[in-house]
Design a protein around this ligand. Structure first.
Ligand code: NAP
Length: 235
């Protein structure tokens, strides 16, 4: 086992897979590859290499979260990457409540559940980092800016879940400010993944950059912020 251990949720594909790859290959970490499907998790860990270990984790299932936490006695980095975008073209006024609940179950409650379950081990690490995968679509600054491309998208549940996630990042960062733990939101930019039917112009590897930087921040790095790979993002 290498010195530092990271857990990336939803790491069997997309941006999470690339975050896992970078933490393992560029930063020498042992990476726990979170996947809700055991077979997909194993395949991803094998594809990643020796630094990767598959772990089963459905962030919406309290038993799955508890079982994972019970099996982890050291953790330096938690990347809350697992996420869903469930809208299929309905306007905000036509979005079923069930879709809102299912979205928040993963993107919001899942993050809080996993973070709380792993905080005891993260507190024991010398300088733990927590990174939440946010989105420019969760930025109220962008979605309220007249003419901004993000102000024209019809996503209710996804956008609201990522705005809520930013508030969660700030709340945890404030609670942990007196500790060595830093908590930030990473905005990967618009990347081609299954989440958006591969419509984004960026690669998943490019999308991983901001999260990896926040996962490896030095002691004088920021906490409670929202960053893409170029710097701070407007809330
Ligand atoms: P993706 O390719 O669809 O990957 C999403 C990952 O989350 C998959 O591994 C998926 O597992 C996992 N997941 C979904 N529900 C889960 C659950 N209940 N428990 C555990 N894992 C679960 O999407 P992506 O684009 O890489 O997205 C990664 C993160 O970046 C998300 O938080 C997303 O909101 C955020 N983001 C993406 C973009 C973009 O342009 N792609 C932009 C901004 C933010 P399965 O394979 O089992 O479904």
């Amino acid at each position: 086992m290498s010195d530092r251990i990271a857990l990336v949720t939803g790491a069997n594909k997309g941006i999470g897979f690339e975050i896992a790859r970078a933490l393992g290959t560029e930063h020498g970490m042992t990476v726990l590859v979170g996947a809700r499907d055991e077979i997909r998790g194993k395949a991803a860990a094998e594809a990643l290499g020796d630094f990767a270990r598959p772990v089963r984790l459905d962030v919406t299932d309290p038993a799955s979260v508890a079982a994972l936490a019970a099996g982890i006695d050291r953790l330096d980095v938690l990347v809350n990457n697992a996420g869903v975008l469930l809208e299929r073209g309905a306007p905000p006024s036509g979005t079923p409540l069930e879709l809102l609940r299912d979205t928040f179950a993963v993107n919001v409650f899942g993050v809080v559940a996993v973070t709380n379950a792993l905080l005891p081990v993260l507190r024991q690490a010398p300088a733990a980092r927590i990174v939440n995968l946010g989105s420019g679509l969760g930025s109220l600054a962008f979605t309220t800016e007249p003419g901004h491309v993000y102000a024209q998208n019809p996503l209710l549940a996804y956008n609201a879940s990522k705005t809520a996630l930013n508030a969660i990042t700030v709340s945890f960062a404030n609670e942990l400010r007196g500790t060595a733990i830093k908590v930030n939101t990473a905005d990967p930019g618009y990347c081609a993944t299954d989440l958006n039917f591969h419509s984004g112009p960026r690669t998943p590897a490019q999308g991983a950059v901001a999260a990896v930087r926040l996962a490896t921040l030095p002691a004088d790095g920021p906490t409670g912020g929202f960053f893409d790979d170029e710097g701070p993002v407007a809330w």
